[in-house]
Design a protein around this ligand. Structure first.
Ligand code: ADP
Ligand code: TRP
Length: 333
């Protein structure tokens, strides 16, 4: 069985895009592979979160993933900082990472620009920590978006360099996981491409928001002036609304509005009202589950403990082997 590692940044609350992304990838992978899914709370220290924010963000993300159906029995769902071996391996791996290559990383260059006042060493060595997350579990596959491809490439470089340095083949090369199924990209509400928190608050439908807020956002979604004759092509904003409708509404409703559009009788206000009601129906039970988990500290504790045990077992084994390869020998055991 292949091993898969995926890190989740504990920033921002679950939106409709994240939901379909996770349901289509995590839920599928946990059935088919040995998966290590973790909340990357050590990575998030590069932005200096207040301790209470850090904890509530991690709790939020844990509750969200449990609510979506990530199953602690089927995978290792854990919190990065619960696995001390990661921090130790990071120390060792840092010795084999060179300043030049770290400075050339696109994400580091971007951070220098976006957080000028906080260019810390953790940002520079972020790819090393990420490599350790992956190599600690000897992952075969890592599901990565475009923005993380370079980090995965660097992981392979560090793995090969380690092997070369110690004359062995200890680490394998992790590959990008390509989802063979149809990947759903949920469009945003502001016609700027996929739904993303980086496109602004108005772009996303967030599970944790009040019904009224969600309604308002959908009613303000970017469209156009309306079709002037039958059979007109849809503008990007309008197509996005239909795409969202396809995810949450039933077939007859979709067919009804398609027909109204085809015959140029559509009223966008009605379309948006319908989408808003169907989105709210879709969101409600998931939101309820997220809140249920957030208030069930026992369930969170059990999930985090099972995950930590699995991840520690795997990472500690790697740590002991790496210590041996490096040449650390214990005098007193
Ligand atoms: P954002 O773009 O809002 O910052 P993230 O980059 O934090 O979202 O994404 C976290 C996860 O959710 C990733 O696995 C990503 O592929 C998935 N995801 C994010 N937005 C979408 C979307 N609009 N459609 C499908 N999946 C998405
Ligand atoms: N860097 C990833 C991101 O920004 C998160 C991450 C950290 C990760 N460690 C990882 C992803 C290991 C995959 C594997 O989204």
């Amino acid at each position: 069985m292949s091993r898969v590692v995926s890190g989740i940044r504990p920033t921002g609350k679950l939106h409709l895009g994240n939901y379909f992304g996770a349901v289509n990838s995590f839920l599928k992978m946990q059935e088919e592979h040995e998966c290590f899914f973790f909340i990357a709370d050590i990575h998030s220290l590069t932005t200096h979160p207040a301790p209470s924010d850090l904890h509530s963000n991690v709790k939020q993300v844990l509750a969200e993933h449990l609510a979506m159906g990530v199953d602690p029995e089927k995978c290792a769902l854990f919190i990065q900082s619960d696995v001390k071996a990661i921090a130790e391996l990071y120390t060792y791996m840092n010795m084999n990472a060179y300043l030049g290559e770290l400075e050339r990383s696109t994400s580091f260059k971007e951070k220098i620009r976006s957080q000028k006042d906080n260019v810390n060493a953790g940002l520079l060595t972020y790819p090393v920590l990420m490599a350790v997350d992956i190599l600690a579990h000897h992952a075969d596959f890592v599901p990565v978006g475009k923005d993380q491809q370079q980090h995965l490439e660097m992981t392979r470089t560090f793995a090969n360099r380690f092997n070369h340095m110690y004359g062995n083949t200890y680490f394998n090369e992790p590959k990008a996981y390509s989802n063979t199924g149809k990947l759903i990209k949920v469009p945003g509400l502001t016609a700027q491409g996929k739904m993303s928190k980086s496109s602004g608050d108005a772009d996303t439908i967030v599970f944790d928001e009040e019904d009224q807020v969600i309604r308002k956002k959908i009613m303000r979604a970017v469209t156009d002036n309306g079709p002037t004759e039958p059979g007109m092509l849809k503008s990007e904003g309008l197509q996005n609304l239909f795409d969202i409708m396809n995810l949450v509404s039933d077939k007859s409703t979709i067919a009804h509005f398609e027909e109204l559009h085809q015959t140029a009788q559509i009223r966008y206000g009605d379309l948006k009202k319908q989408i808003a009601e169907d989105v709210l129906k879709f969101v409600a039970p998931i939101r309820e589950k997220i809140n249920h988990y957030k208030n069930d500290s026992k369930a969170l504790a059990i999930a985090a403990k099972i995950g930590a045990e699995k991840a520690n077992e795997s990472a500690n084994k790697t740590l002991q082997e790496v210590r041996g390869i490096i040449g650390f020998k214990n005098f007193y055991k």
